[in-house]
Design a protein around this ligand. Structure first.
Ligand SMILES: [Zn+2]
Length: 342
């Protein structure tokens, strides 16, 4: 039997060696990492609003708040710089990696946790404003980017995903230090939800929650899969369903005409712009960079099959490729894509 590694051993291990480790054997703790400080900041923000509620936290595979638990899970890769690097190599992006983004997600999870702590979703007005908490989670949702019924906090119009997400997002906007939500959402129907959160938080300030459970769900120590299995599953989860026939769209950007035979190939062109295209589309749509990169990889393969070349001026072709990828990503979000529920 192999001995479990120590935290400092991880720095010396290759990606392949790390991938053989089981999650339960990872020597990780929240204490002593930047996560500890970030959690204490969120608790201080709650404290500043007079709320006695303090969510408990633990490490797991992903960000989530389990049903009826007044605390939340933090992904393990944020607890060690070596695993942070592995996550980026495997998934191209580290969800919650930057401090500001991490705090945003923590506020969102604290919103679910306080909802559970005080069972706020059982209130009539909550149901009227946000909808039914017990509604099944959809596999996908179709966001309306211009809707003013919902606040904007996490990417991809996440408040529109489910009533529970709508509440968590509204709570996050309300909790954010220095948030000028009254002015920012003036004239938006979403303002009523913010005012409701403000009133409810005023009411429960100084009171002890009914649900004081300190249970954890899927704690890292219970997860027997290896990192290799974990990443295979995670990548499968993020895969898009690629539309069967988009050759026509590609032919609007690239060319098969004989007079363009000496121009650069579409394959080398897309490869050169790969990182920046993924980044820009992820920024604009909120989809995971891994999913967009997969789509771009398929696009590159198709361009190779069709022997396409860059007929347009390069900057023009880049813009058109950006638009096509964005449209396909939005279609993907609508038809087959699901984010991991934060
Ligand atoms: Zn959520």
């Amino acid at each position: 039997m192999k001995l479990a590694p120590r935290a400092k051993d991880l720095n010396r291990m290759t990606d392949e060696q790390l991938l053989d480790l089981r999650l339960c054997d990872l020597p990780l703790k929240i204490e002593g990492t930047p996560l500890e400080q970030r959690v204490s900041w969120i608790r201080a923000e709650l404290d500043a609003r007079g709320l006695l509620f303090k969510p408990h936290v633990w490490l797991s595979e992903e960000w989530f708040t389990p049903d009826d638990i007044p605390g939340f899970a933090i992904p393990f890769y944020l607890a060690h710089p070596r695993l942070f690097k592995l996550e980026r190599r495997q998934m191209l992006k580290v969800e919650g990696g930057a401090e500001k983004e991490c705090l945003r997600i923590m506020r969102h999870e604290a919103g679910h946790a306080i909802d559970n702590a005080f069972r706020l979703h059982k209130r009539r007005l909550y149901r009227e404003l946000f909808g039914l908490f017990t509604r099944p989670y959809p596999n996908w949702y179709k966001p309306e980017p211009n809707s003013r019924q919902y606040v904007l906090h996490l990417p991809a119009w996440y408040a529109q995903a489910h009533p529970a997400e709508d509440f968590a997002e509204t709570f996050s906007v309300w909790l954010t230090p220095g948030s000028r939500w009254r002015r920012q959402y003036q004239g938006w129907p979403a303002l009523r939800k913010l005012e409701y959160v403000d009133a409810v938080m005023g009411e429960i300030a100084g009171t002890v929650p009914a649900n004081k459970s300190r249970l954890t769900v899927a704690d890292l120590s219970e997860i027997k899969v290896t990192l290799r299995e974990h990443y295979a599953n995670k990548r499968r989860h993020y895969d898009f369903q690629w539309p069967p026939d988009y050759d026509r769209d590609l032919l609007r950007i690239f060319s098969t005409e004989p007079r363009h035979q000496t121009r650069p190939s579409a394959v080398s062109f897309l490869r050169r712009h790969r990182r920046e295209l993924c980044y820009e589309v992820a920024e604009g749509t909120g989809a995971h960079e891994y999913a967009i990169d997969q789509m771009l990889a398929q696009m590159i393969n198709r361009c190779r099959d069709l022997k396409l070349r860059v007929g347009l001026q390069q900057e023009h072709a880049r813009k058109k490729a950006l638009v096509l990828l964005t449209v396909q990503t939005m279609n993907g979000i609508h038809t087959g894509y699901h984010r991991i529920a934060l």
